[in-house]
Ligand binder design. Structure first.
Ligand code: 5AD
Ligand code: SF4
Length: 482
C-alpha cells in the first residue's frame, strides 16, 4: 500500500538556531537505544522503529550511556504509565548533562496525547513522534541536529508499516509479534487509545504471511498476531475499514477477515504456534472459534476483556454488549473448544459503579472461571468520553478495595484451574530460564499458562512434554517426560 507524503508534514518548533552548512547525514556511525513501555503493540512498534533507523545508518546499542539517540516508546493508558515515563525522563537528564549532543525522543501514545506540551514542559525532550510518524524519525533527528526541536503527531488512515521488516529486539529467537492492524474504532468511554492510535486499519494479509514465513525460516517457534481488536480485522484491497462500504463487488468478494487470516498464517508452518491478541466479545464469531479448533498449531487460548460484569456499567463504558452476551460468548468458546484457556481485563471502580454492580463483576468472574486476568483501578484519561461526560466519583479507597477483591477472587480461580492440571501432561514451548533457578526452564502451555521444570537436556526453543506435579496460582510445576 502506498503512503501519501502529505501525512508526514512536519510541525517544527524553532529554537532560533538556523542551519546553513551542508553536513554529513546525522546518522553516520550513530547509535540508538530504545525502551518500550505498555502493551505488546508498543514492543512490536519499537521493532519497526529499529528497522527504520537501521535502514538509515543507525546501529542499535543496549547501553544507554553510549547512545547518541535515546528513544522512549510510551504508553498513556493509565496515569501511572505516564508517571513512570516522566520519572524516567527526569532521570535521563543526567545522561544529557554528560553528553550535550545526546538526542532524546518520546514516541508512541504519550507523545500523541501530549503533543507540543512535552517539548514545552519537559525541556529535555528533543523529538516527539506519534505512532503513525515513525518513517519520519530520521528526518526529525536531522532537524534536531540542525538546532530545532521536532514533532510529528499526525495520525494516518492508511499507515500500517506493512512492508517494513521489523528488527527483532531483545529476542529469545523463539517468540515474535506480528502487527496485523493499527488503531481502534471502538470508543470505549474510558480509553485513550482511539485518540492516540487513530482509526482502525488492517494490514495487507500477504505482507503478514510473508513476515510469518520469514520468522519460521529464521527458526521462530511461536508468533502472536497483534491488534487492538483482532476480530475486526478486514482487508479488502486498501483504505481504512470505514471505507469498506465503498469497496467494489470484487474487493468485497476477495476480502479477508480474521478467521481467514488466522488460517493463512496457521498454514505457513504447522510446527509454529500461532497466538493472537486482543479479542473483543462483540466481534469474535464462530468462524474464528472453528478455525482455532481446526488447526493444532493455533493455541487454544483467547484473551477476552470483559471490563465489567454489569450491564449498566458496560453500557456507560460503551462496550456494546451485555453481561449475558459476554457469558454466552464464554459458553460458546467452551462448547466449541472445551480445553480453551480464557483470560480477561477488568476495571474496578469505573464512574458511577455501585457496590452491587461490583458484585456483578465478581459473579461474572466466577461464572467465567478465567485462567488469569489483568486487573486495574479506573484511571481517568483527559479527552476520553468518560472524562468529558462522566464524573470519576468512586473514591480511591473504594476502588482499591474493589480491586483487591477482584485480585483475590482471580487468585482463587487461577489456583482451581491450575490444580486441575495436576497429574496431567502439558506441551510446553520453552522460552526462558526460570527467574527463580538457573537449573529450571520456563515456558507456556497451549492455554498460555506458565510452566516450570528442571532443564535436564532441554533448551530454550524446545517443545517439551511436562508432567504437572504441583501448582501455584500463576505456575504449573513439574518434570519433563520426553
Ligand atoms: N483506566 C484503567 N484501565 C484502563 N484500560 C484502558 N483504559 C483504562 C483506564 N482509563 C484497561 C482495559 C483495557 C486494558 C488494555 O487496559 O482493561 O482492556
Ligand atoms: Fe480501548 Fe476499547 Fe479500543 Fe480496547 S477496544 S483499545 S479498550 S477503545
Amino acid at each position: 500500500m502506498s503512503v501519501k507524503c502529505s501525512i508526514f508534514a512536519l510541525l517544527m518548533i524553532d529554537t532560533g538556531i538556523s542551519a546553513t552548512e551542508v553536513k554529513a547525514p546525522a546518522s553516520q556511525g550513530k547509535q540508538f537505544y530504545i525502551e518500550s513501555y505498555g502493551c505488546a503493540m508498543n514492543f512490536s512498534d519499537s521493532e519497526i522503529i529499529g528497522s527504520i533507523l537501521s535502514e538509515n545508518g543507525y546501529s542499535i546499542t543496549q547501553d544507554e550511556f553510549s547512545a547518541d539517540l535515546i528513544l522512549l516508546n510510551t504508553c498513556a493508558i493509565r496515569e501511572n504509565a505516564e508517571k513512570t515515563i516522566r520519572d524516567r525522563l527526569k532521570h535521563l537528564r543526567n545522561n544529557k548533562r554528560k553528553n550535550s549532543d545526546l538526542i532524546i525522543g518520546v514516541l508512541g501514545c504519550m507523545a500523541e496525547r501530549l503533543k507540543t506540551k512535552l517539548l514545552e514542559e519537559e525541556k529535555l525532550v528533543d523529538i516527539v513522534a506519534g505512532p503513525d510518524a515513525y518513517r519520519d524519525l530520521p528526518k526529525l533527528v536531522e532537524e534536531v541536529v540542525d538546532g530545532q526541536r521536532a514533532i510529528n503527531v499526525l495520525l494516518s488512515r492508511e499507515e500500517t508499516y506493512a512492508e517494513i521488516s521489523p528488527l527483532r529486539l531483545n529476542t529469545n529467537g523463539v517468540s515474535a509479534f506480528i502487527s496485523i492492524m493499527r488503531g481502534c474504532d471502538n470508543m470505549c468511554s474510558f480509553c485513550v487509545v482511539p485518540f492516540t492510535r487513530g482509526r482502525e486499519r488492517s494490514r495487507d494479509p500477504e505482507s503478514i504471511v510473508k513476515e510469518a514465513r520469514q520468522l519460521s525460516e529464521a527458526g521462530y517457534k511461536e508468533i502472536t498476531l497483534l491488534g487492538q481488536n483482532v476480530d475486526s480485522y478486514l482487508w479488502f484491497g486498501g483504505g481504512p475499514k470505514v471505507e469498506f462500504k465503498k469497496a467494489t463487488d470484487e474487493q468485497k468478494d476477495n476480502a479477508v477477515g480474521f478467521a481467514k487470516l488466522l488460517e493463512m498464517v496457521a498454514l505457513v508452518d504447522p510446527n509454529m504456534r500461532i497466538r493472537f491478541s486482543t479479542s473483543h466479545p462483540k466481534d469474535i464469531g464462530d468462524d474464528v472459534l472453528f478455525t482455532i479448533k481446526k488447526y493444532d498449531n493455533i493455541c487454544k487460548y483467547i484473551h477476552l476483556p470483559a471490563q465489567s460484569g454489569n450491564t449498566r456499567v458496560l453500557e456507560v463504558m460503551n462496550r456494546t454488549y451485555t453481561r449475558e452476551w459476554y457469558l454466552d460468548k464464554v459458553k460458546r468458546i467452551r462448547e466449541i473448544i472445551p480445553e480453551c484457556g480464557i483470560s480477561c481485563d477488568i476495571i474496578a471502580g469505573f464512574c458511577s459503579e455501585t457496590e452491587e454492580e461490583h458484585q456483578d463483576t465478581l459473579s461474572m468472574m466466577k461464572e467465567s472461571r478465567f485462567d488469569f486476568s489483568y486487573m486495574y483501578k479506573y484511571s481517568e484519561r483527559p479527552g476520553t468520553p468518560a472524562h468529558k461526560k462522566m464524573t470519576d466519583d468512586v473514591p480511591e479507597e473504594v476502588k482499591s478495595r474493589r480491586l483487591s477483591e477482584i485480585i483475590a477472587l482471580q487468585k482463587e480461580l487461577s489456583l482451581a484451574n491450575n490444580s486441575a492440571y495436576i497429574g496431567k501432561v502439558v506441551r510446553v514451548l520453552t522460552d526462558s530460564v526460570s527467574k527463580k533457578s538457573e537449573d529450571d526452564l520456563s515456558g507456556r502451555n497451549d492455554q498460555n499458562t506458565k510452566v516450570v521444570f528442571p532443564k535436564g537436556n532441554h533448551k530454550i526453543g524446545d517443545f517439551v512434554e511436562v508432567l504437572v506435579e504441583r501448582v501455584t496460582p500463576t505456575t504449573l510445576i513439574g518434570k519433563a517426560i520426553n
